[in-house]
Design a protein around this ligand. Structure first.
Ligand code: MN
Length: 767
């Protein structure tokens, strides 16, 4: 037989030598068989060694003779074999990189029986894509002990959400491989694996050890994690071993492990049958790649840096008292952020940006700026643990940062530029988007500037409030909160920095009527927001007087308004919040909107919080005794629908009232000969009028004089209804522009109101 054979693989000419040489004397396996095996396995083994720096163990004269442990790709290797240089402490080593069948065959021809790849691809040298536990039992150990430890380690790793894969080592033990995402550095991975291994060995002291010294292992199985270091290698899946039976390090399933008798069981002679039956069980291994996780007990070992950063956080808190999270996990950098609303001694927002395992944190007293170019003070606070991203709760009195904390916005941060003294980034979340820049000014003090305009459409437009359905009964269930139905002018209050704009229910701006409500900084902790409430006037007993507040609405002229402010000041009871510091919060549940309203409002001014109660029946009885209009029941779980009427809110009234339009009035006679007799009232439905009769009670003389003055300046009109009515000849029809509120007992069978009583004009409903 010739000493050389010339062949061609992948279009590459190869010269194969010494094919009949016996490399495994005990089983008589020749080099030809070895080459044959590698040629067959090449398409599969390439998935596991391809594009990785390789260390080779060559046995040119067989496994019983000298072996050559070669890291450096031989200088005489053909030029189509790629090299990857890696800097070692003293030298630069060019490792061989193989990515085709020809390369695998070339290795086999070198009698490189064992192929040991590194844990990263040459395309991403900084980031390993898996880690390895080499389970190495003591000499003469029973293989069932190996299996037992392997299964334990599997369950252990699975408890950290890893998916461990197993292969035979082809020697005594097994290798457990855990695919990870290629985002971690080698050092990060090694630190994490150390932490896991220490904890596992601690939990399995009797059977496992991390001690490399053979004579210090005490008959225990070595959990060898030292192969995970950068530039270390482990024998590849499907590589031959230099063992007498030419065993192969073979990927198996966890079920197959059950029946395996020894790690050398699968070898060059039976591998074909094995593959035919199971195929490559590691084919989809990359699909199980996850980020590194680390157990809290290991955090001290694993991420000293993170711990150091969190020292101040830990120092300031007593975890027996505060519900704030204790750092537990060392997660990878996923570029997350959150903004928390923190009702501490001063209401402020906390901005937290994920960076190197912690949350960089700033307290921003006035919140993130919502207009381009605006800069706000941001005070850097201690780094917080990743768990703080989602923290909501109440930090008890006396503890650091005592008060409520809510997540205001949460999403992804994209860094644009980051230096020690300036950070530029984009925040993206469904609640909040924006381009910001933080600058360090002095010590802990930074400035945060907004670099783009925020969406403040809602804040800057006239919108209509959500309207309630009527209910005859008080709903029950814990999702309801109850409050007084305020009898006044429903208003949306827009707080725009120092200015307050007030819109009526119909969307008309009525700010000028209520100068006493221009107290933005006196009344609110926040800079911008939209609040829903009711403007009322009160008598000495604190009962809302509807007609008084209505008269405020048609007071004209600055001087008259000023004197009305003096004689008859109004209050605004707020019960909802739609927009807060740059964020539309209509989709948050009512409970949260109520909480945020409560912390936004300062005490002792014209703006007041409409107190809520959970006992609807008790409130109903109390409100009835006080002769109020009724109560509201609100579903705490529901959002706010601008301009819609729905059953999220229910009004439960003691008497029925209706808002109607005035079609005309009758001339008075007798006592009222200088006044008017009654008002013709109706409601409009799609252009046709539903006549509700006349209302002639509920007025005193002063009220009638006031109303008549308004009636007289209205344009006269033709009769808009078809009904024959009483006193037609005494009626003056007017263009239906005026609204009024009427209380009534019930409807007659003609559809008119029984026992109607005039409650007041409703200029707030005029469009
Ligand atoms: Mn805070």
């Amino acid at each position: 037989m010739s000493k050389y054979i010339h062949t061609e693989v992948d279009g590459i000419k190869l010269k194969l030598s010494n094919l009949s040489k016996i490399l495994y004397p005990e089983s008589g396996i020749t080099k030809a068989e070895v080459i044959q095996y590698y040629m067959t396995i090449a398409p599969i083994i390439i998935n596991h060694i391809g594009n990785r720096p390789l260390t080779l163990i060559r046995y040119p004269d067989g496994i019983e003779k000298n072996k050559f442990y070669s890291k450096s790709c031989p200088e005489w290797a053909p030029s189509w074999i790629k090299r990857q240089e890696i800097q070692h402490s003293e030298e630069m080593i060019p490792y061989a990189v193989i990515n085709n069948t020809a390369g695998v065959v070339w290795l086999a021809n070198l009698a490189a029986l064992e192929i040991h790849p590194m844990q990263m691809l040459t395309t991403k040298m900084e980031n390993p894509d898996h880690f390895i536990f080499d389970i190495d039992p003591p000499e003469g150990a029973d293989f069932s002990d190996v299996k037992q430890i392997a299964y334990k380690l599997k369950r252990f790793l699975e408890s950290y959400n890893y998916t461990p894969f197993i292969k035979t080592s082809g020697s005594k033990g097994v290798h457990i491989i855990v695919p990870i995402i290629t985002q971690h550095t080698h050092d990060e991975m090694v630190e994490c694996v150390k932490g896991l291994a220490k904890l596992f060995v601690q939990q399995n002291k009797d059977s496992s050890t991390l001690n490399l010294q053979k004579n210090n292992r005490d008959g225990k199985t070595l959990i060898d994690i030292y192969r995970n270091h950068m530039a270390q290698t482990t024998v590849s899946a499907y590589s031959l071993r230099a063992k007498p039976n030419a065993s192969i390090s073979t990927p198996i399933t966890w079920d197959q492990l059950e029946n395996l008798k020894h790690s050398t069981e699968i070898n060059i002679r039976n591998i074909d049958a094995h593959l035919e039956k199971y195929g490559d069980v590691w084919k989809d291994i990359r699909k199980s790649a996850v980020p590194l996780h680390t157990h809290h007990q290991a955090i001290r070992e694993i991420n000293k840096e993170v711990e150091k950063k969190l020292e101040s956080y830990l120092h300031k808190r007593d975890f027996g008292k505060t519900p704030e999270p204790r750092p537990q996990l060392n997660l990878t950098n996923q570029n997350r952020f959150s903004v928390q609303l923190h009702n501490a001694s001063n209401l402020h927002y906390d901005l937290r940006l994920e960076d190197q395992g912690v949350l960089l944190s700033w307290a921003i007293p006035k919140g993130l700026p919502h207009r381009k170019g605006i800069k706000r003070l941001a005070i850097q606070t201690e780094d917080h643990p990743m768990e703080y991203l989602d923290f909501e709760g109440v930090i008890p009195k006396g503890e650091y940062g005592a008060g409520e904390m809510w997540v205001f916005a949460k999403g992804q941060v994209s860094w644009i530029k980051k230096t020690d003294s300036s950070h530029e980034f984009i925040l993206d979340s469904k609640q909040l988007k924006g381009h910001f820049k933080l600058y360090k000014t002095k010590g802990e003090q930074w400035l945060i500037e907004r670099k783009n305009e925020a969406d403040a459409t809602l804040l800057n437009s006239s919108i209509k409030p959500q309207l309630a359905d009527v209910s005859k009964t008080i709903p029950s269930g814990i999702q309801y909160s109850f409050e007084i139905k305020w009898d006044g002018i429903r208003s949306l209050i827009h707080v725009l920095d120092d200015q307050i704009k007030i819109y009526s229910r119909s969307g008309r701006e009525i700010s000028n009527q209520f100068p006493e409500l221009q107290i933005a900084s006196e009344a609110f902790h926040i800079e911008n927001g939209i609040f829903d409430g009711e403007i009322i006037s009160m008598d000495k007993e604190g009962r809302p007087i509807f007609s008084d507040v209505i008269s405020r609405l048609h007071t004209k002229g600055e001087r008259s308004i000023q004197s009305a402010v003096h004689k008859n000041p109004v209050y605004c009871y707020l019960f909802d919040c739609l927009f807060l510091d740059g964020r539309n919060i209509c989709n948050e549940p009512l409970k949260k909107r109520q909480d945020w309203l409560a912390v936004s409002l300062k005490k002792n001014n014209q703006f007041r919080l409409s107190e809520t109660m959970s006992d609807g029946k008790a409130l109903f009885d109390a409100a009835k005794n006080m002769n109020l209009e009724g109560i509201m029941a609100k579903d705490l779980t529901k959002p706010y629908e601008v301009g819609n009427r729905n059953n999220y809110w229910l009004k439960i009234k003691f008497r029925d009232t209706i808002s109607v339009q005035i079609l005309g009035y009758t001339r008075g006679n007798g006592d009222r000969s200088n006044l008017f007799g009654a008002l013709h009232i109706a409601t409009e439905n799609n252009g046709s009028w539903n006549y509700l009769g006349k209302v002639g009670t509920g007025f005193d003389e002063a009220k009638m004089i006031e109303v008549l003055a308004i009636l007289k300046v209205q344009d006269e009109s033709k009769k808009l209804i078809t009904e024959n009515i009483e006193e037609a000849h005494r009626t003056i029809w007017i263009t239906p522009k005026l609204w009024c509120e009427v209380q009534y007992a019930s409807l007659t069978n003609k559809g008119t109101l029984r026992e109607p009583v005039f409650l007041g004009l409703r200029p707030d409903l005029e469009s």
